[in-house]
Design a protein around this ligand. Structure first.
Ligand code: SAM
Length: 379
């Protein structure tokens, strides 16, 4: 079976791959029917002069940005992986990125006549983005959202109507649908994000930007790992897939000499982790680094003592273990001899087999009915 890698529409064909290419699964494509529907609709229905400047939100792996690469595009995403995929796909198709401005979900774009929204998995992220758009859209702005019907929650309509204006829908095509929003230009809500909660058994108040994992409460897996943290002195630690940073923050509070690098592929996660250290343990900021990265790709610390990790098992809407695999592989390379990787996982996942294969063994240091905390050392 070969990877379906060519998006062909009208008389144009683009080669598109996910990122990183090496962990691409043969049954995954770097675009979906919602991207195709959106591109076709824009090309056939939006006046050419209004296709010259646009905002693209949440492009999965760059299909939309690559298609419209000749225009002035502000491509906004919370995902480092999505933006790396887009940059690689631009190069792969020898498209110029001169007119493309990559922004994170924390940046506010400037006004453009056309706004294309690929509906994100998180409704909170959508809500944040709709509120951000309020200040730069008006009655003349064309706003089109696209998604797969099975992932399109009913509340998407109500959020768009609440924050922007009236919504109409297209017919479904290949199980995808478009939503057309006519902004009224007079809505001025303020954002409920970041939201906050208090961490049990600690004085910490945890702030969470819209797209952060476990935004409303401590994750059960994280709780189990917090009950089984290692004893440290002056170690160099990475909190890998840090989310709001609860794991690293707890270590900083307990061990005044350890250093923690917080790493996540979500810009909002890394910003939340930084805010949480700065709000709760400001004096510890000098012992921290904050890095937006795909696993440890952008982390250049030789001979790490410890990697703590509560791995993700989703990429966008797909359930996958390839990220956990890459996290463990990168940790194995970055740890010093004798350095430790400590992870938490649902007991039905095959993390023990992965650790055995990569590190040659592992121990269970704590477990509950659903979760296990595993430790392994670099030999
Ligand atoms: N450590 C936090 C906790 O325990 O609450 C969050 C754990 S959550 C299960 C996994 C985290 O991994 C998410 O914050 C997600 O954004 C991040 N993540 C997903 N893919 C990643 C990648 N390729 N590189 C780095 N982080 C990633």
């Amino acid at each position: 079976m070969t990877i379906e890698s060519h998006l062909t529409l009208f008389d144009t064909s683009l080669q598109l791959l996910q990122y990183p290419e090496k962990s691409q699964h043969v049954s995954w494509r770097a675009w979906d029917a919602a991207d195709e529907y959106l591109i076709q609709h824009v090309v056939e229905n939006v006046p050419h002069e209004n296709q010259q400047q646009m905002i693209i939100l949440n492009d999965d792996f760059g299909a939309l940005t690559c298609w419209f690469a000749d225009a002035q595009v502000q491509s906004i995403s919370d995902s480092f992986v999505a933006q790396r995929a887009c940059q690689r796909n631009l190069q792969r198709n020898t498209l110029t990125s001169e007119g493309i401005c990559f922004l994170t979900s924390l940046d506010t774009p400037s006004e453009a006549p056309l706004v294309l929204i690929k509906l994100p998995k998180s409704l909170a992220l959508l809500e944040h983005q709709l509120i951000q758009l309020q200040s730069i859209v008006h009655e003349g702005t064309t706003i089109i959202a696209a998604g797969m019907v099975k992932h399109m929650a009913k509340s998407v309509f109500s959020l768009m109507e609440k924050y922007l204006g009236t919504v109409t829908t297209s017919l479904a095509k290949k199980k995808a649908r478009l939503l057309f929003c006519k902004p009224t230009g007079n809505k001025h809500h303020s954002s409920p994000f970041p939201t906050q909660w208090k961490m049990d058994n600690s004085p910490f108040i945890i702030s969470n930007h819209a797209n952060v994992f476990s935004r409303e409460q401590l994750d059960i897996g994280a709780r189990v790992l917090l009950d089984a943290l290692p004893n440290l002195t002056n170690e160099t630690v990475v909190d890998l897939g840090c989310g709001n940073g609860v794991l690293g923050l707890t270590l900083l509070g307990k061990y005044p000499d350890c250093r923690v690098t917080f790493v996540d592929e979500s810009h909002m996660a890394v910003a939340s982790a930084k805010q949480n250290v700065s709000d709760n343990l400001p004096a510890a900021l000098e012992r921290c680094e904050f890095v937006v990265s795909n696993c440890l790709e952008k982390v250049n610390i030789p001979r790490l003592d410890l990697v703590l990790c509560n791995p993700p098992f989703h990429q966008q809407a797909t359930i996958t273990d390839h990220i956990a695999w890459q996290m463990f592989t990168d940790s194995q390379k970055a740890l010093r001899k004798g350095g430790e990787l400590r992870i938490v996982g649902n007991r039905h996942l095959d993390y023990p087999a992965k650790l055995k294969r990569l590190f040659g063994g592992y121990q269970v240091v704590h477990s509950t009915r659903k979760f296990s905390v595993l430790q392994t050392f670099k030999r």
